[in-house]
Design a protein around this ligand. Sequence first.
Ligand SMILES: Nc1nc2c(c(=O)[nH]1)N[C@H]1C(S)=C(S)[C@@H](COP(=O)(O)OP(=O)(O)OC[C@H]3O[C@@H](n4cnc5c(=O)[nH]c(N)nc54)[C@H](O)[C@@H]3O)O[C@H]1N2
Ligand SMILES: Nc1nc2c(c(=O)[nH]1)N[C@H]1C(S)=C(S)[C@@H](COP(=O)(O)OP(=O)(O)OC[C@H]3O[C@@H](n4cnc5c(=O)[nH]c(N)nc54)[C@H](O)[C@@H]3O)O[C@H]1N2
Ligand code: SF4
Ligand SMILES: [Mo]
Length: 715
Amino acid sequence: MGTTSQDGSATTLVRGACPHDCPDTCATLTEVRVGRAVRFVADPSHPITDGWLCAKVRPYLDRVYHPDRLLYPRRRKGAKGGGRWERIGWDEALGEIATRWRAIIAEHSAAAILPYSYSGTLGLAQLSLCNTRLWNRMGASGLKRSICDAAAEVAIEATIGVRQSPDPRDLLQSKLILIWGHNPASTNPHVMPIIRRAQRAGARVVVIDPRRTLTARSADWHLQPRPATDGALALGLLHVLVAEGLADKAWLEEHSVGWRELRERAAAYPPARVAAITGLDEDEVVALARLYGTTKPGILKFSDGVQRHANGGQTIRALLCLPAVTGQYGTPGGGLYYSQSGWIAWDREAMGHASECPPTPREVNMNRLGAALLGEVTDPPIQSLYVFCANPAAASPNAGLIAEGLQRDDLFTVVHELFETDTARYADILLPATSQLEQTDLHKPYGHHHLQYNQQAIAPLGEATSNWDVMRLLAARMGYDEPWLRHSAEEAIAEVLNATRATNPLLAGITLDRLQREGTVPYSFPPETSIPFADGRFPTPSGKVELRCEAMRAYGVDPLPDYVPPAELTDHPAAEGWLTLLSGAAHHFVTTSLANVPTLRAKEGAPAIELNPVDAAARGIADGALVEVHNARGGCRLVAKVTDAVPAGVAVAPKGHWAKHSDDGRNVNWLTSDALADLGGQSTFHTNAVRVRTVTDEATGNGARRGQDRTVPVT
Ligand SMILES: Nc1nc2c(c(=O)[nH]1)N[C@H]1C(S)=C(S)[C@@H](COP(=O)(O)OP(=O)(O)OC[C@H]3O[C@@H](n4cnc5c(=O)[nH]c(N)nc54)[C@H](O)[C@@H]3O)O[C@H]1N2
Ligand SMILES: Nc1nc2c(c(=O)[nH]1)N[C@H]1C(S)=C(S)[C@@H](COP(=O)(O)OP(=O)(O)OC[C@H]3O[C@@H](n4cnc5c(=O)[nH]c(N)nc54)[C@H](O)[C@@H]3O)O[C@H]1N2
Ligand code: SF4
Ligand SMILES: [Mo]
């Protein structure tokens, strides 16, 4: 799209997509003048993202043109993590990586090389292709990608068969919107105006979250159960629904497996017991069950915060019973609203060409990175780590252990990044990455029903190179000459798109050419088919909702949903001064991405911990005081915010702040557990027992430096 600006210079408008880990995947427009992006806005014609960007991404050009952007490859000088570098050329960088990898492969096998990535971008080309092709060809270790939603994914696929949700606009048909352990006002902002409209039209909005979040503040009703007790609450609701004749028995007989056994399980959760477990009033449990059982259509909306604890998988299994027991799966405005990821699954073979490659020798769970580097993974031990689209030293659990692992002298670490992040500091070779404006990609949102194409808008800054281009360069250096390791991003996107379209009618008529022309392309739903399970069929082994799910036995989990209190929390009782620390999304960052944009950092404020007045008083902590938060895994210093937004016994410190921006060189993930949940090898960020104490001036050192960059590495 070409236009002319006021000063007469030619400008172009380039269609793109927000790359961040967010369900909304906004359609964007970048105005480019003389090779420079001068304006970045939302595409006003998009039906969901509706012409506005969230507070995080509005100043995106400050990220693209940030003075700290890495612009050329570097080699470490001096100690690991010391932040001293020498500039090298791409040729030298690639040569050194290939030489080191060949030696490692000869001595240990390619299993000793571990690629580590997660969600810096969610694109097909710059993430998914880069997670598969080179590493498959090499026979490198696989990564179990379990940091975010693994327990929910396993639970949902086992119980109802697939992760599909209705169009966000279908929420307008709901009479009840039950938002459970989820904070869309921060994490899925473009559904909020829709929820607001539904609410104005008479829908009841209920939020279940221990914390009074931004979302909870505008709800009609906010319930605050104790963390990780939601499984008991869901079973309690089922108990009341059955006891009061609100269960849809006809639907259950026809569409579910194990309904009678579930009823027996729920019988063990009368409101009095549920009240004792959750800390809610008995009356609240009964009233919520009645509201849910009688207000139809009612939709259950959750995301991933609610399953990031040791009992997360079973919790999701219990929640999934609610739309079944009320017969609401498949109804307009009713049922479940989780993710859209399952409508289209990219063709696996076209993506990874695994049939032409050696088998993946093993999978390393990304939540155990520190332990894996320090001896948990042997035969062969991990000798090289290649990190891109991830910042594990700040975003992964038990980060202190990760920092220790990254300092191993015999570990060859390559990091491909836009910035010198907490992880990048430990690199032996640090490679500069492009931003979304400098690369091509195709995005399949997890929050709506449209593909989004991202055209490259500007030339790469400095010597920055996209993930896929680096993969191609590395493949060439390693001597791999398969054509699918040489194709351009566009060619590879077309290959995957075409292969997927051959089996998925939702891609009918959707070609690369059309995506490039239109930018936003809706899935090709035949009329009336975008409501999941509307035909009453579920893609499970039984074709029904598996309330009792035999597949759970393979995970060592009870085939019926149950509530199991996490050991981390029962071992560290409140009576002994322990608090449960939740660390969900920060409003102004996407995990640690964007947390180095000065305006966003200023809006988010210094790294803080919310404490209830009762807990603060018991520890002599005043609002605004610097506190030490600690447990056996480690500690970090945070500013106390004394507030009744959190109940007694619960503390909240959001994820996202960079460790190196704090005086102590740590962040909240120095506290979080790397224990795994019951399903999917899921992370357990919220089963996190901590103590909090004031910091004396002597212990603080120079408190006035708080918030500045710290240049001394953490040990
Ligand atoms: N602004 C912003 N948006 C983001 C992100 C971000 O970092 N910032 N991250 C993105 C990513 S990676 C993801 S996965 C999604 C996550 O999206 P959400 O799941 O909506 O976000 P979270 O803040 O992780 O968790 C939601 C809520 O769960 C609550 N919670 C924690 N434990 C429990 C519990 O045991 N029971 C109940 N009932 N509630 C509990 C927390 O208090 C929190 O308010 O958001 C995405 N969007
Ligand atoms: N305490 C706590 N920690 C959490 C969570 C929590 O609830 N609590 N939530 C977890 C969740 S849900 C998730 S999904 C993970 C996310 O964890 P990560 O995927 O590690 O996410 P980020 O910290 O945002 O790091 C992404 C990095 O990728 C870089 N990047 C962006 N685009 C590109 C690109 O095109 N190429 C390259 N090479 N790099 C790029 C960014 O600059 C950024 O440094 O965090 C987890 N961490
Ligand atoms: S982070 Fe989410 S809401 Fe914000 S611009 Fe990106 S896709 Fe849109
Ligand atoms: Mo996530």
